[in-house]
Design a protein around this ligand. Structure first.
Ligand SMILES: O=P(O)(O)O[C@H]1O[C@H](CO)[C@@H](O)[C@H]1O
Ligand SMILES: Nc1nc2[nH]cnc2c(=O)[nH]1
Length: 396
C-alpha cells in the first residue's frame, strides 16, 4: 500500500502553457488575446451587471448605452423568432412524441419527497423479502460486484416505480438484492450521473432509498483517471476524502428544502470515509498480495461527460486530488447526510496526462475504462466480498 499521499508529485508549471509559449499573464490566464468586450469594468462602453439586472437586459434608453463604434452585440440586427414557430392557435407547438414527453417529464421530476422514497423502498423490501444492511454502487464496468450476490432478487430500474433509468454503457440498470458473505446487501448495477441530465438530488436519490430499506453501510465504487503520478492503471485507490468540484459551482444533492427525517440542514463532511473500513481494506489488500496496487487518496468529481483538459488536470493535482471521475461524491454526501457509514474506492482505469508533452496515446476513452474494469473486476470483487465478510463477522 502506498499509503496516504496528498503530495504534489505532478510538478505543475504555472508560468508557461506547456506548449513553450509564455502566456503573458501572471494570473495564469492562458489567453493572451484579450477580447474587446472582456468585462464590463474594463470596457466603459458596456453596461455592468448591476445596471441592467432585473430590467430584462440592455434597453436603448439605458444611460449605459454602448457608444458608437464600440464592439457590442447590440450592433447586430436582432431577428425576432417568428411567432408562427412558437404558437399555433394560442397553443405551444410541440413535435415530441408522447413517449419523448414522458421521458422529459421523468428527467425533470427532480424532487423526491420522503413519502415517494418510502414507497420505492417498500416496493423493494416487499419484493425481496429482506432488509439489506449494506448498499453497493457498482462503478463503470464493475457490475460484476452484483453478480456475486447469492439468492439474488433482481429489479430492473424500469420496473421500479419512480426510478430513473440508466443510460450509460457499463451500467446495466438493475438493482440486485440478496446475500453476500453472510450479509444482506443491495447493489446498484448502474448509477446515475449528472451528465446524463439528471439533477444531483436525483442521481443520489437511490442512496436515500437504501437508507429507508435499512442500509447502514454504503460501498461506492467507481472508475477514475489517476492524477497522482504514482498510480498505475489497474490500481485501486481507497477514498479517504474528496474535492466536490460541482459543489464549488453551487451544485449539491442537498439543495432545496431540507427534510430533517433524512438529516440536518448543514451536515459536516470531515469524517465522511470510515477509517476502520479503510484500514481493514488495506489489510485485505495485503492478504490478497496486491498491497503495492492499493493507495489511499483524494477523489474529485467533475460534471463530465467530457474528460478533462490538461490545464484542469494540473489544477486538480495542485488541489491535492489523486483521482478524478464523474460520480460518487454526491452519493457520499447524501449517505453522510442520513448518517450512513461510507466506504468507497476508485479503480484507476487510465493515467491522466498532466503535462503537454505527455504521450498522445494517453487520451482516455470509455472503451479503455470498461476494458480495464473488466480486467480488474476479480480483485475488486474479492476486496469487496472480504470486507463484507469482516463486517458480517463484526470485526470491521
Ligand atoms: O464513476 P463511474 O460511474 O464508475 O464512471 C466513470 O467512467 C465514466 C467515464 O468513462 C464516467 O461515468 C465516470 O464517472
Ligand atoms: N472525469 C474522468 N472520469 C473518468 N472515469 C474514468 N476515467 C476518467 C477520467 O480520466 N476522468
Amino acid at each position: 500500500m502506498t499509503g496516504y499521499n496528498n503530495s504534489n508529485g505532478g510538478e505543475v508549471n504555472t508560468a508557461s502553457n506547456g506548449n513553450g509559449h509564455s502566456n503573458g499573464h501572471s494570473n495564469g490566464h492562458s489567453n493572451g488575446n484579450k477580447s474587446a468586450d472582456y468585462t464590463a469594468q474594463e470596457n466603459p462602453t458596456m453596461c455592468s451587471k448591476d445596471c441592467c439586472s432585473g430590467q430584462g437586459g440592455f434597453k436603448p434608453g439605458n444611460t449605459c448605452a454602448p457608444k458608437k463604434g464600440a464592439v457590442s452585440s447590440s450592433d447586430e440586427k436582432i431577428v425576432p423568432t417568428p411567432q408562427s414557430l412558437l404558437k399555433s392557435n394560442g397553443k405551444i407547438q410541440c413535435d415530441l412524441t408522447p413517449d419523448e414527453l414522458r421521458a422529459l417529464r421523468v428527467l425533470n421530476e427532480d424532487t423526491y419527497p420522503y413519502e415517494v422514497i418510502q414507497e420505492i423502498a417498500d416496493f423493494i423490501t416487499k419484493g425481496a423479502g429482506v432488509r439489506p444492511k449494506i448498499g453497493i454502487i457498482c462503478g463503470s464496468g464493475l457490475g460484476s460486484l452484483a453478480d456475486i450476490i447469492q439468492d439474488a432478487r433482481i429489479f430492473e430500474y424500469e420496473k421500479i416505480p419512480n426510478f430513473p433509468v440508466s443510460t450509460v454503457e457499463g451500467h446495466a440498470g438493475k438493482l440486485v438484492v440478496g446475500t453476500l458473505e453472510g450479509a444482506t446487501v443491495m447493489a446498484m448495477q448502474g448509477r446515475f450521473h449528472f451528465y446524463e441530465g439528471y439533477p444531483l438530488a436525483k442521481c443520489s436519490m437511490p442512496v436515500r432509498v437504501m437508507k429507508l430499506c435499512g442500509v447502514e453501510y454504503l460501498f461506492a465504487t467507481n472508475a477514475a483517471g489517476g492524477i497522482n503520478p504514482r498510480y498505475g492503471v489497474g490500481d485501486i485507490m481507497l477514498m479517504h476524502d474528496h474535492v466536490n468540484m460541482l459543489g464549488f459551482a453551487g451544485n449539491s444533492p442537498l439543495q432545496g428544502p431540507n427534510d430533517p427525517r433524512f438529516g440536518p440542514r448543514f451536515p459536516a463532511l470531515t469524517n465522511s470515509y470510515n477509517k476502520d473500513l479503510i484500514n481493514k481494506a488495506i489489510e485485505i489488500g495485503k492478504a490478497m498480495g496486491i498491497e503495492s496496487n492499493i493507495h489511499v487518496g483524494v477523489y474529485s468529481c467533475l460534471g463530465g461527460p467530457n474528460y478533462e483538459t490538461i490545464a484542469e488536470l494540473k489544477a486538480l493535482r495542485m488541489m491535492g486530488v489523486d483521482a478524478v471521475g464523474m460520480s460518487t461524491v454526491h452519493e457520499v454526501i447524501t449517505a453522510r447526510h442520513c448518517d450512513m457509514k461510507v466506504f468507497a474506492f476508485s479503480l484507476i482505469t487510465n493515467k491522466c496526462a498532466t503535462e503537454y508533452n505527455d504521450k498522445k496515446d494517453e487520451e482516455p476513452s470509455h472503451d479503455e475504462v470498461m476494458a480495464v474494469a473488466k480486467m480488474r473486476q476479480k480483485d475488486c470483487c474479492e476486496l469487496v466480498s472480504r470486507l463484507i465478510r469482516e463486517l458480517a463477522m463484526g470485526s470491521a
